[in-house]
Design a protein around this ligand. Structure first.
Ligand SMILES: Cc1ncc(COP(=O)(O)O)c(C=O)c1O
Length: 401
């Protein structure tokens, strides 16, 4: 029942990848192994268990058959040899940098990546001697000018967090290959389904499975996938040494969510398109931030590199809309819930002031506040009605001021 080397279509591999009912008395899903200690018949067996590879149950934090099923399924979907499941998306990036870079190494970080990643690299790890440098994500092949003899890794995310600007990843990875620099991409937006990460030249693909892979807003999980055997073993040991173990229950929830990712994602995309197309006609809005729309400046890259979109996009209000008014809009929504994170079944909204979006290199010059929407699986007619009444509430409040 396991996928056979990527020959089957993506949806079939999504359903069957990593699945081994024959190992679990025919149970379709692997059981949850709630385990810390694993006992052995003798000391030789105990020593063998602790060796790597192959994968053997040695100690709970080092992984269980539930983890292996998730890892096998994700590696197969992404087209990599290896995947490591971790307790969060953020830890996937942290473990990669900690495991593969050292004090004195130079790491280039796109300035539109998820904010905490910038902080980790440019603040916390910089304090330990990492030379982290931010770059403008639109640089493309121009990244060559920023490469130094000690550059070890380039970190990108496309579309960028909060601003949804697209990065020409192949242009960057071509330059990186010439200099034997690793390209790490946070592919959370794309999920394992919407891009061919190895073909884009991505050496390490990270996902916050907390989003669409889990899909139900009830689990924190991360994955990192890669081809290189030595780097994989190094990263696996780094995670172990730093104590980063995903709980088996969360591995189970992530795998359960993964199986329905394709159908959910298609509905998220369908709903998001209806809502985004309605929004782009609204007079309050200066510009949509939605690479799946032909009007978006990143649409050509999105069309070239991605096979679809999801439910997450944003828009920028005109300069006549204050932060208070934007907040009034968000506070008036009833179906969209106010909350960070995304990728669950529910629709979410969050506003960001002009000043709260940090783009230290490329700058952020939006005329008004921004709104990020996650379009969930509700009926899009109800979502539009909700947005419509929130625009009306905002305009009434502005007229009363
Ligand atoms: C693009 C992106 N990457 C990584 C993360 C971090 O995910 P986690 O909470 O699983 O660490 C987030 C969280 O919002 C995110 O949006």
């Amino acid at each position: 029942m396991a996928a056979d080397g990527g020959k089957k279509h993506q949806d079939t591999r999504l359903v069957h990848g990593g699945s081994h009912p024959e190992q679990f008395d025919g149970a379709v899903n692997p059981p949850v192994y709630r385990v810390s200690t694993v006992v052995s018949a003798d000391m030789e067996e105990l020593r063998q268990r602790s060796k790597h590879p192959p994968e053997t149950l040695a100690y709970g934090r080092a992984g269980t058959p539930t983890h292996w099923a998730l890892q096998e399924a994700i590696a197969d979907l992404e087209g990599y040899k290896h995947c490591l499941a971790l307790p969060s998306g953020l830890s996937g990036i942290l473990i990669s940098v900690l495991g593969l870079c050292a004090s004195g190494d130079h790491v280039l970080v796109a300035d539109n990546v998820y904010g905490p990643i910038r902080l980790v690299c440019c603040d916390r790890l910089a304090a330990w001697g990492l030379e982290a440098e931010l770059f403008d994500a639109s640089v493309g092949a121009g990244i060559a000018n920023q490469i130094r003899p000690n550059t070890k890794m380039i970190i990108v995310e496309s579309p960028g967090s909060l601003t949804f600007d697209m990065t020409d990843i192949p242009a960057i990875s071509n330059v990186a290959k010439e200099h034997e620099i690793l390209v790490l991409a946070d592919n959370t937006w794309a999920t394992p389904l919407l891009i061919d990460a190895p073909a884009l030249g991505i050496d390490i693909s990270i996902h916050s499975g907390t989003k669409y892979i889990g899909g139900h807003s009830d689990v924190a999980v991360g994955t990192l996938s890669l081809n290189d055997d030595d780097l994989y073993i190094r990263l696996k040991w780094t995670a172990l040494l730093f104590g980063y173990g995903l709980s088996p229950d969360d591995a189970y929830l992530a795998l359960r969510g993964l199986r329905t990712l394709s159908v959910r994602l298609k509905r998220h995309e369908e709903n998001a398109r209806v809502v985004a197309e309605w929004l782009q006609e609204r007079p309050e809005i200066e510009r949509m931030m939605c690479p799946g729309l032909p009007s978006d400046p990143g649409h050509a890259i999105w069309r070239r590199d991605f096979s679809g979109m999801n439910g997450l996009f944003g828009f920028i209000f005109k300069d006549s809309i204050s932060q208070d008014a934007a907040d009034r809009f968000a506070n008036s929504l009833n179906v969209f819930l106010r909350g960070v994170s995304w990728g669950g079944y529910e629709s979410l909204v969050v506003t960001n002031s002009k000043d709260s979006i940090k783009r230290p290199v490329s700058g952020w010059n939006a005329p008004g506040p921004t709104v990020r929407l996650h379009v969930g699986l509700e009926d899009p007619a109800d979502l539009i009605a909700d947005l419509d009444q929130a625009f009306a509430a905002m305009s009434d409040a502005m007229a009363a001021e």
